[in-house]
Design a protein around this ligand. Structure first.
Ligand code: 9MR
Ligand code: 9MR
Length: 562
């Protein structure tokens, strides 16, 4: 068979039978396309390419091949005379099931303090690393009963990203997103198995995975006063070595308001979710609520302690130069924590002095911006909220649908007909998470309106991540014909295995190119991606990117099975 052309861009995994199905042909060659069934060699559809579209970043031309009318299950290729043939792809139900389970398993591979046996990790099995049972109190973090140089035990948790540190702020948005996909689609997760050590127990696998990080987070709260440490970290990043080879000392550093509020929100939400598993996990829900309440009280007493790494390093030794996650504005974390506390406890005091700020446009979630998570939670639990809440709810719902309507505007003029990439700021560090979080907002709008246009656009962003984009890559490791092979991910670099650890979402195009790596094709925002392992600015993986991807893929699976 002909070698596939890189100029035909499409979801390299495939399509649901009754979904919109688009491929994009880059360049001006060709006029017509045909869809061929690989097994029977029959052409099942002939069509014409759509009007010329132009990338606002590179000026490159593209045209759509719309084969939505083909609902036949099977394996296909798209052929465009004088361009070539596409990568093969499938049309079938549950097309993103493996993508979903693999992306959840991505978290399993990020587990700290435990060995990953072959039974669960396959050829990526590895010994335990970072036991974190002797973590030093950094001088920035001393408190009553925890003097400098004393040690605590703070095992488990997920490695944040390509590095091996564990950061509370980034755990916040990650856990909030994973708990939310569970709350939004509990039936879907009830029987979804991901082949992890806990798969045989009576708790859904997604929640078992979440527990691995939840139990770590609980150890990050200072028992003396309820404040929460910013991170558990080396002073400087480990080398490009396997977890078990890492021997650097680890510290917990400075408690602060934003980390504490993120912790509060997660614990309040977890308390709600795990309430239903009281039999399997006795006391957990209550422990989470107690931890959340203590954290909330600490944050009330300490409303504006910010984490500023350079200032900390000027005062204390050793210097800490790992990921900063320095957020200067805690107002959104306060809104999120308040909303989660309120929904869990039904105590209206938590909403005192809280404005949902719906007069401003809804901001997309990220590690430093969590206001929308509060909106989603209020909407999700609307039936349990009292009549006083209806006024908030109306404006919150409007924020979500307004945001989504803005996303949809001019979508058909975009070079890949995706909402992702309409504005240059979409191509931030971790742009794959921008695409995923846009997808979540659209799914929220769909849930509110039942208007399928939002769902189609969300699926378009999933297509974007799996290959319908200006780079031609599928950004989830292990999936697609043109795969990411060299993510900035220490185990993938150090394990001697050709394939990277699967189920991890690469950051994606980022014209900032802060890593100054060689390998970027150019500076165009939508193409600024380098599949080289030095490229932490475009090709790292991170838990806060995997989580919204899990949400998007799982939601599409759950909603398309209806
Ligand atoms: O590996 C680190 C990655 O996780 C971070 O995102 C990135 C930016 O903070 O830093 C990486 O570490 C690099 C460090 O910043 C500079 N020296 C080389 C390190 C490995 O590439
Ligand atoms: O995702 C973070 C991005 O928004 C920041 O611009 C960048 C530089 O501060 O840091 C990213 O987070 C990294 C963290 O600091 C350390 N672990 C790896 C994270 C992903 O690159």
């Amino acid at each position: 068979m002909q070698k596939p052309s890189e100029n035909i861009r499409l979801n390299q995994v495939g399509f649901y039978p009754n979904a919109v199905k688009n491929a994009f042909v880059v360049g001006m060659e060709g006029q017509e396309f045909s869809l061929r069934d690989v097994k029977t060699n029959q052409v099942v559809l002939k069509g014409k390419l759509g009007p010329i579209l132009t990338s606002p970043y590179s000026g490159k031309k593209s045209r759509v091949a719309d084969f939505s009318s083909v609902q036949k299950v099977g394996k296909f290729v798209l052929e465009v005379p004088s361009v070539g043939v596409s990568y093969p792809f499938e049309i079938k139900s549950e097309i993103h099931k493996n993508v979903t389970t693999s992306a959840i398993r991505g978290f399993y591979y990020q587990r700290a303090s435990v060995a990953l046996p072959e039974k669960f990790a396959g050829k990526w099995a590895r010994p335990a690393g970072h036991p974190d049972d002797n973590v030093l109190i950094h001088p920035s973090a001393v408190s009553e009963g925890r003097p400098e140089g004393s040690a605590i035990s703070s095992p488990r948790g997920w490695y944040d990203a390509g590095d091996y540190n564990k950061y509370i702020v980034n755990s916040g948005v990650t856990m909030g997103t994973l708990l939310s996909v569970y709350e939004d689609f509990p039936v879907y997760f009830k029987n979804l198995k991901t082949n992890i050590p806990e798969s045989q127990n009576a708790v859904p696998d997604l929640l078992d995975e979440v527990l691995w990080n939840l139990r770590w987070m609980l150890t990050m709260q200072d028992p003396a006063d309820g404040g929460v440490y910013h991170k558990l970290t080396n002073p400087r990043f480990d080398g490009m070595i396997m977890p078990d080879a890492c021997k650097n000392p680890r510290y917990v550093v400075q408690k602060n308001t934003i980390a504490t509020l993120d912790f509060v929100a997660v614990m309040a939400q977890a308390s709600r979710v795990f309430k239903a598993f009281e039999k399997q996990l006795p006391g957990l829900s209550d422990s989470c609520k107690v931890a959340a309440t203590r954290g909330w009280n600490w944050a009330q007493k300490n409303p504006s302690i910010l984490y500023k790494q350079n200032e900390m390093n000027a005062k204390f030794d050793p210097d800490v130069v790992t990921g900063g996650y320095e957020d200067k504005d805690g107002s959104d974390e306060r809104i999120w924590a308040a909303a989660e506390m309120y929904v869990t406890t039904k105590n209206e005091d938590y909403l005192k002095n809280i404005s949902f700020e719906t007069d401003k446009p809804m901001p997309l979630p990220s590690w430093s911006q969590v206001k929308a998570l509060a909106y989603y939670t209020m909407i999700r639990h609307e039936k349990q909220l009292g009549p006083v809440d209806q006024q908030y709810l109306r404006s919150i719902k409007k924020s979500v649908t307004d945001f989504s309507d803005d996303l949809l505007k001019d979508m058909e003029q975009q070079p890949y007909h995706t909402v992702m990439g309409k504005t240059a700021k979409d191509f931030a560090w971790g742009s794959s998470a921008v695409a995923s979080n846009q997808g979540i907002a659209l799914i929220q709008a769909y849930k509110l309106t039942k208007d399928k246009k939002y769902l189609d656009a969300a699926l378009g962003n999933l297509d974007y991540i799996l290959g319908r984009n200006a780079t031609g890559y599928s950004f989830l490791t292990g999936f697609g014909s043109k795969q990411v092979m060299h993510p900035h991910h220490r185990p993938s670099i150090a394990d001697g295995i050709v394939e990277p650890v699967p189920g991890l979402l690469s950051g994606g195009p980022n014209p900032g190119q802060q890593d100054k790596c060689e390998g970027y094709p150019n500076k165009f925002a939508d193409e600024s991606f380098a599949d080289v392992d030095c490229s932490y600015a475009s090709n790292e993986i991170a838990i806060n990117w995997n989580a919204p991807f899990v949400y998007l893929a799982a939601a599409m699976e759950a909603l398309s099975s209806k």
